[in-house]
Write a protein that binds this ligand. Structure first.
Ligand code: GTP
Ligand code: SPV
Ligand code: MN
Length: 630
């Protein structure tokens, strides 16, 4: 690596790399790398090319340093386990900042610090922060390289684990670098774990398994399209192409350019008649996107193919329709709950070439987590490195343990998942984790009603971020932690996008897989049986299509106070062990409880003041009127 470092340093005289011979081709890039290297004082600078050779070298470094554990190649070839610091296991929303010019532009749902102040503070933290470490320069593309909806970035990082993860999650290498050096716009993404190996006195300290810093900052500068992340090595805090770029910065670019950057899965649904539908769905973190994206149908003739599991960029095409891409190249998926019975496609995807983070280790060198099998192994090493046996009363894997794996390995991946123009979108689905009140499925009456449904999503909090798990919180559009500007302006942007799309706009639906009975059990079987809900959605999409009529199934529906719901018998529940009373409860609407929710929605909107679009106030008034009549 050291030799390569010399060869790839920006000022190297060695000219085996055609780009390094002409460092002036991207003066912004080279000057920035030099400036950050001067500030952070790494031992060396390595320009990454995304190659297999680089992956092997970085893996070897991480194994030698004890930062990765090689899994048993018989069960999990090319796969590794990383164990994080126990205080660096999830996104840190309290330390995530949107540093727009004014506090109002960040809005009440984001932490805001004046951009100049934040840069001063972070510059102080970053001074000498990479001493004793390597600074990696990682050019990447979000979306297929050169695609119409794709965007470029460069991440600087002092974590080889982050580089390896970026290899999987984004398109790293010479092709995006060439586009950047040809003058295409790109996003600056600076990351340091904030854990120098050499102190101020020049004394070198031993490294640790997972370097990080208790003082964390995930700072975004929307105006400059820049990200500065300090102190964490974990997923959403550190893989800056993902939430920081593809959602927070991209949502601002999207607002300015008239498109949408969303926390959505993307799938292709095929009916028994061979009709194809492209659906996007926004559910909050750890609320079922990966599972729906990889759904294996329990209804004969229906199938789902995977296009994306976490992020979608949506843009109007020349034909006037809304087109969607998945800007990522891999899955950073929740491990617990993933097993053959719930998500067999995910289990097959992670057959090998996978980085696991905070899973438990079996005695024969494989990984395990709660929900992978019905019975846990008799002995494990848990995610903290401690011995574990069943009955200890604590989970063996961290609840936010994750797998990082190339999307191409997914058996259900769609042929056109890397199409440069994306796919035309037929429907958008909103959902959350709601034990009560929210029905299994409903259809919005029109676009603005759909925007109201998205804006008012509430969901029980999960382990994907710090905070009390289970607490109900508003998570509009599943974007609460990811919107890079004022949430009310974002709602207004959605209203305006719908106005522009007109009759070509996708239809909007809402789902809830998580409703519970009074005895605390889930009323709906979920997972593969969610295709039954998708089939009704497809029928509704076909019902509006005069040419093909009702080829997709029973589209009959009834108007309810919350929206349009399946008419009795329209939802295919054949073969399910579902009591009539449970089915009724899945769709039950309690007007009193909903009037109370409407009260909370009014309070929620009030927190955004005058910026809430009038269309949403009108939808709230309409909801109340319908509930009162109900
Ligand atoms: P992020 O990657 O955090 O954005 O999450 P995600 O939305 O992709 O969530 P994921 O699909 O990984 O699901 C999170 C948890 O919800 C897992 O433990 C799943 O097993 C569980 N889950 C997903 N779908 C269903 C469902 O239909 N029913 C039930 N009961 N649980 C589900
Ligand atoms: C989420 O929390 O929504 C994730 C995982 O998808 S992370 O990349 O850590 O944000
Ligand atoms: Mn997510």
């Amino acid at each position: 690596l050291e030799a390569r470092a010399a060869a790839h340093a920006p000022d190297a005289s060695d000219d085996d790399d055609e780009f390094d011979r002409t460092p002036d081709r991207a003066p912004g890039l080279h000057a920035w790398v030099e400036q950050i290297a001067a500030l952070t004082e790494p031992d060396r600078v390595v320009w990454c090319d995304g190659s297999d050779r680089e992956r092997h070298e970085l893996t070897k470094v991480l194994l030698d340093e004890g930062k990765l554990i090689r899994l048993n190649g018989e069960y999990r070839p090319g796969s590794y386990l990383a164990r994080s610091d126990p205080d660096d296991v999830a996104r840190v929303e309290s330390r995530t900042f949107i540093c727009s010019a004014s506090r109002e532009d960040a809005g009440p749902t984001n932490n805001w610090v004046d951009p100049a102040e934040m840069k001063t503070e972070l510059t102080a933290r970053l001074r000498g922060a990479m001493r004793g470490r390597t600074l990696y320069v990682v050019p990447f593309s979000m979306g297929p390289v050169g695609g119409r909806l794709s965007k470029l970035g460069v991440q600087l990082t002092d974590s080889a684990y982050v580089v390896l993860s970026m290899h999987i999650m984004t398109r790293v290498g010479a092709a995006p670098r060439a586009l950047i050096e040809s003058g295409e716009p790109w996003v600056k993404a600076l990351h340091s774990v904030g854990c120098p190996l050499v102190d101020e006195a020049g004394v070198r300290h031993p490294d640790v398994e997972w370097p990080c810093n208790p003082d964390k900052y995930i700072a975004h500068f929307p105006h400059e399209r820049e990200i500065w992340s300090f102190g964490s090595g974990y997923g959403g805090n550190a893989l800056l192409g993902k939430k920081s770029f593809a959602l927070r910065i991209a949502s601002v670019i999207a607002r300015d350019e008239g498109w949408l950057a969303e926390h959505m899965l993307l799938i292709k649904l095929t009916s028994p008649a061979g009709r194809r539908f492209h659906l996007a769905a926004a559910f909050p973190s750890a609320c079922g996107k990966t599972n729906l994206a990889m759904l294996r149908s329990t209804l004969p003739g229906w199938s789902v193919e995977t296009l994306g599991d976490d992020i979608a960029w949506l843009r109007q095409g020349e034909d006037g329709r809304l087109w969607a891409i998945n800007p990522e190249a891999g899955f950073f998926g929740v491990a617990p709950g993933t097993g053959e019975s719930t998500n067999p496609n995910a289990m097959q995807t992670i057959w090998g070439n996978t980085i696991f983070t905070n899973a438990a280790l079996t005695d024969d060198g494989d990984v395990w987590w709660e929900g992978m099998t019905a019975q846990p192994p008799a002995h494990l090493v848990d995610w903290t490195g401690a011995d574990w046996t069943p009955g200890l009363g604590r989970p063996a894997a961290h609840p936010n343990a994750r797998f990082t794996v190339p999307a191409a390995q997914c058996p259900s991946i769609a042929d056109d998942w890397e199409a440069h123009d994306g796919v035309p979108l037929d429907a958008i689905i909103f959902g959350g984790r709601r034990a009560s009140n929210v029905p299994l499925v409903l259809e919005a009456r029109d676009w603005n009603h759909g925007v109201f449904l998205g804006a008012t999503i509430a969901s029980e909090q999960t382990a994907a971020a710090e905070g009390a798990v289970g607490e109900l919180r508003r998570d509009p559009f599943a974007m609460l932690p990811f919107c890079g500007y004022n949430m009310a302006d974002y709602w207004a942007h959605w209203v305006s996008v719908g106005r522009r799309l007109g009759p070509q706009a996708p239809k909007i639906f809402q789902v809830n897989w998580f409703r519970k009975g009074s005895d605390g059990r889930y009323l709906w079987p979920g997972f593969g049986d969610n295709v039954r809900v998708l089939a009704w959605i497809a029928a509704r999409l076909e019902a509006g299509n005069a040419e093909t009529g009702r080829g997709a199934g029973d589209a009959s529906a009834a108007d309810g106070p919350l929206g349009v719901v399946p008419a009795p018998g329209a939802l295919d529940v054949s073969g399910l062990d579902l009591a009539e009373s449970d089915l009724a409860e899945l769709f039950a609407v309690d007007p009193a409880a909903w009037l109370a929710e409407a009260e909370l929605t009014e309070e929620f909107f009030a927190g955004f003041g005058e910026r809430v679009p009038s269309e949403l106030h009108a939808e709230l008034a309409e909801l109340r009127a319908r509930l009162t009549r109900a």
